[in-house]
Design a protein around this ligand. Structure first.
Ligand SMILES: [Zn+2]
Length: 336
């Protein structure tokens, strides 16, 4: 299981055009001193405690201004996930886990621990099929069943979906959007399912990561998990902030949109152009790493062109091979 190729069906996100000043965060509501009595403290729950994944804090890092990276782990929870969680806890790093429903069913306690540790959890289908090849009813079943299983284990329904192999079609995307979920792909792929070597995973991730990257890894591989502490140390030394996918986008992911990274939005303070020099020309609006509605290049309203891409999976089954696409066309995230 696992993604073998970068999402080749993705049109290249717009190159970071000179952006105007980033939209100012909404002003702090100038609410007068509270005159209403504070809400009564909720009585202690008597049932099972619902663990809420660490919601992005209001004062979370602004990934348009500082270097952020979202580490993501797919296909688990697996035998190495608990070890990975200990590593992330020790390093004080939050990541995003795209869980497979049947794996959650097998290890509900591990899934619960992922949420308890403050990581974000996304939906990676029930049994890791190529979603565009399924009927709409089957796609919905894959996603809904997994969402319920994750909610059962953690108390929270996921709002992010990573389709297996990064394969989606307009139909898949519409179904995901209809569930009010966002599609999350990636921009850095160390091919850890293929190169079961910690040094390889380490060097590929650290060399390809840029501010705003979403890194694809698989916690079902011991070699990947073993590389994580060094990856974190390297990126941290380069002043990266580790964020969940939702945090990377400031908590503003839109239903049905496709996200591969947020590199286009990164504009460190030091290089922010002076306001007075803003050209009068219309600048290309940044898409902030998201693919706009309607901009995906598909010809077939039904099943779609992902078949063109190489196939394989994280369990080591290589696919038929094929065209390699690049989400952002800058040489990173090599896939095959
Ligand atoms: Zn996968």
């Amino acid at each position: 299981m696992g993604e073998t190729t970068p999402p080749g069906v993705e049109p290249a996100p717009p190159v970071a055009a000179p952006m105007g000043p980033a939209p100012a965060p909404s002003p702090t509501p100038s609410t007068p001193p509270a005159t209403t009595p504070a809400a009564p403290v909720a009585p202690a729950p008597t049932g099972p405690v619902i663990t809420t994944p660490a919601a992005p804090k209001p004062k979370a890092v602004d990934c348009r201004r500082v270097k952020c990276v979202a580490l993501t782990f797919d296909d688990g929870p697996g035998p190495y996930t608990t070890r990975l969680l200990a590593m992330l806890r020790k390093a004080k790093v939050h990541a995003t886990f795209f869980s497979v429903g049947e794996m959650v069913a097998a290890r509900p306690k591990v899934e619960k621990q992922i949420a308890k540790d403050g990581h974000e959890i996304g939906n990676h289908s029930w049994s890791h099929p190529d979603l565009p090849k399924l009927t709409s009813a089957a796609i919905s079943s894959q996603l809904d069943r997994t969402a319920r299983q994750i909610a059962k284990a953690t108390g929270t329904k996921p709002t992010l979906v990573r389709p297996p192999y990064g394969a989606y079609s307009p139909r898949v995307r519409k179904l995901i959007g209809g569930d009010h979920d966002a599609v999350v792909l990636w921009s850095v792929d160390p091919l850890d399912w293929k190169y079961r070597n910690s040094n390889s995973v380490y060097s590929r991730v650290t060399s390809q990561t840029k501010p705003g990257s979403i890194v694809l890894m698989h916690d079902i591989h011991g070699t990947t998990v073993a590389a994580v502490p060094r990856i974190i140390a390297n990126l941290r030394a380069r002043h990266y902030h580790f964020v969940t996918v939702s945090e990377l986008y400031g908590g503003h992911l839109k239903s049905g949109h496709v996200y591969t990274d947020r590199q286009a939005a990164y504009q460190p303070k030091a290089t922010t152009p002076a306001k007075s020099k803003t050209p009068s020309k219309v600048t290309t609006p940044t898409h902030d790493g998201a693919v706009d509605e309607g901009s995906a290049v598909f010809n077939d309203p039904g099943d779609e062109p992902t078949d063109q891409r190489g196939r394989g999976d994280a369990m080591g089954n290589t696919g038929s091979g094929g065209k390699v696409g690049r989400p952002e066309g800058d040489g990173d995230g090599v896939g095959s």
